[in-house]
Design a protein around this ligand. Sequence first.
Ligand code: CAA
Length: 291
Amino acid sequence: MVLQRLVRPTVSLGQKFAPTTLPRFVRAQSTSSYENILVSSPRPGVGLITLNRPKALNALSSSLFKELNAALREYEEDKDIGAIVLTGSDKAFAAGADIKEMASLTFAEAYANNFIAPWSYLTTLRTPVIAAVSGHALGGGCELAMMCDIVYSTKTANFGQPEIKLGTIPGAGGSQRLTAAIGKSKAMELILTGSNFSGEEAEKHGLVARAFEGGNKEVLDGALDTAAKIASYSRVAVIAAKEVVNKSQDLGVREGVEYERRIFHALFGSNDQTIGMKAFAEKKKPEWTHS
Ligand code: CAA
């Protein structure tokens, strides 16, 4: 199915915060040519991407990923977008990598083409991304959700890393991100048995920030509200906040705290820090300049 962009014209590169060198696989693609995703902007400052390959439960084929990366890149470069929401349908966020597509892959093809590596583009974005998950989030679907900055799900969402049942292992970061999120023993149990777990359990284990009653509509509304709130703040402060939280994954506490302090110091050089503190003192609503 083809869907058009609902709002805003495309803006040129560099109008927001110019990303670092763009990987070759993240090429521009006309939004009107998307066949596996839908894009829209249902709230001010929020870009929504809906995985839309219903017949295959949103299995993550290379053509779907090419479109997803193109849409992410467009939002990343759009100065009017302050947060992105990624969702699927009631039935499936995504049922994993496309098994039929990869079934005949040889080692040489997988290795030489660095199969799956383009999926990581999402993790290089500076704009926050929220996953709104309902239905199946299995294998690569679970991994895609975990690449997002915040994961919301329904209570009945079906998470899992079932690759062991296919004679393989997670290939898009599942063994690393699941372990970092819920701890080694639980992650080991889930990955070695291929057992699934619900959104309710995922919330209990800290993988999901909030688990909602209902279906995709309810979790998506929650994600869009949060995204709109994030998008209403200074983009400079939001980017800095995301950066320092992510640093905590790589640095020890002492170095991390020091890193945070340096970025905190740096924000005294931004216009929005001055605007925010002055507005507080004057009991006014800050008018962010994103500078
Ligand atoms: N790849 C390709 N096609 C898939 C798919 C996948 N991951 N998941 C589902 N589909 C297809 C099915 O083949 C089926 O297509 P047909 O109608 O043409 O037969 C269609 O989607 C509907 O699926 P089911 O009939 O199986 O639906 P169901 O409701 O009975 O079961 C399910 C749903 C439990 C999710 C089941 O489809 C399933 O187990 N899917 C595979 C899940 C999985 O193993 N994911 C991990 C993939 S490997 C991976 O992701 C590696 C990595 O780390 C990157």
